[in-house]
Design a protein around this ligand. Sequence first.
Ligand SMILES: NC(=O)c1ccc[n+]([C@@H]2O[C@H](COP(=O)([O-])OP(=O)(O)OC[C@H]3O[C@@H](n4cnc5c(N)ncnc54)[C@H](O)[C@@H]3O)[C@@H](O)[C@H]2O)c1
Ligand SMILES: O=P(O)(O)OC[C@H](O)CO
Length: 336
Amino acid sequence: MTCRVAVYGAGSWGTAFSLVLADAGCEVTLWGRRAELVDAINSTGSNPDYLPQVKFPAQVRATTNPAEAARGADIAVFAVSAQKVRPLLEQWRPLWEPRTVLLSLMKGAELGTGLLMSEVIAETTGARPDRIAVVSGPNLSAEVVDRMPAASVVACADESTAAVVQTACHTSYFRPYTNTDVVGCELGGVVKNVIALAVGVTDGMGLGDNTKASLMTRGLAEATRLGVAMGADPMTLGGLAGMGDLVATCSSKLSRNHSFGARLGRGLTVEEAQAATTQTAEGVASCRAVQELAERHGVEMPITHAVVDMVHNGREPQDVVRELMSRAATSESVGR
Ligand SMILES: NC(=O)c1ccc[n+]([C@@H]2O[C@H](COP(=O)([O-])OP(=O)(O)OC[C@H]3O[C@@H](n4cnc5c(N)ncnc54)[C@H](O)[C@@H]3O)[C@@H](O)[C@H]2O)c1
Ligand SMILES: O=P(O)(O)OC[C@H](O)CO
C-alpha cells in the first residue's frame, strides 16, 4: 500500500526530503505557510525559493492547510526551524490520527527547556515514544536533491516504527539505517551544528586543517560526553548521526552553520552574519541550549562555551581561540 506522508516545512530540507519520499514511492503533501509559494510548487512542480533545481514527481502536492496535509497521513514529518515548532505542534496536535508516526528532521535543541525535538513532540502531542522518530545524518540538502549517494539514520525507540520510516525514505541514493538510540542520534545532529560554527570561524580566520581536525575530534568528544550523561550509547555518536554528520557539516561550504561561523571568522559582526544568513543555522540558537544541557548534566564542553561566547557574548574569535588553547593541559582520556 502506498505510504502517505505529510511534510510540514517547505524550506530546504522539507523540499529535499519530499523528493526522497516521492522517489521512494510515497504520496507527499508538503505544507508551506505562504500561499504564493504553495501555488508555485503546485503549478510548476518546483520550489522557487529553496532548491529551485528540484523537479518534483507528480505525487508531491503542496498546501497551506495543515489539516489537508494530515488527512490519512501514515507519517507526519517536521522540517521547520527548531525554535519555531512548539506552537505549531500545540495547534496541530488534533489533526493527526493516533496511528500517524511523528517524524522530526530538525537538528536543534529548544532554548529555555533544553529539550530535543523528539521530546518537544512528545510533550506537545502526548504521543508515546513508539510513534516518534527522527532522521539524522550527513544530509546536506543541495547534495540530496542532486541524488548524490548519502546514508542517514532513522531513530525510534520502536524498531518496527523505525523500519516503516526506513522503507518510506529508502531510495537508490538515500540509504537510511535504523537505530533505537533516539537521544544519541538527535544530540549528534544538534552538537555538530555548534562545532561547525567553531570550524567555520577558524576557516574564516584562515587557520588550517590541523585546527579543523582538532576541533572536530574534540567536538565529537563533547557530543559523546553529553550524550552518555543523557543516556545515549557512545557508539551512536561515532556513527552517521554523530561523526558522519560532523564531518559533512564541518567540511562543506554548503553548510549554513559553517558559513555563519566563517563570516564571524572573516570579521563580520554577529548582526552582519545574521543578516547574510537567509536560511536556518540551528547552531546559533542551539549552542545556548547545549550549554545549558552541559551545565545541567555537569559535563565539560569548552568548544560549545567558546561558540556561545562568540555568538552571544560579543567575544572576539582571536581571543576565544587563544583562551581555548591555553587552558590547563590534560589527558585525552579525561571525561570519557
Ligand atoms: N538543509 C539541510 O541540509 C538540512 C539537512 C538535515 C536537517 N536539517 C534540519 O532541518 C530543519 C529545517 O532546516 P531547513 O534547512 O529546511 O531550513 P530552511 O531555513 O531552509 O527552512 C525552514 C522552514 O521553516 C519555515 N518556518 C520558519 N519559521 C516558521 C514558523 N514560525 N512557522 C511556520 N514555518 C516556519 C520556513 O518558512 C521554512 O520553510 C533544521 O532543524 C535543520 O537543522 C536541514
Ligand atoms: O546547512 P546546515 O549547517 O544546517 O547542515 C545541514 C545538514 O544538517 C547536514 O547534514
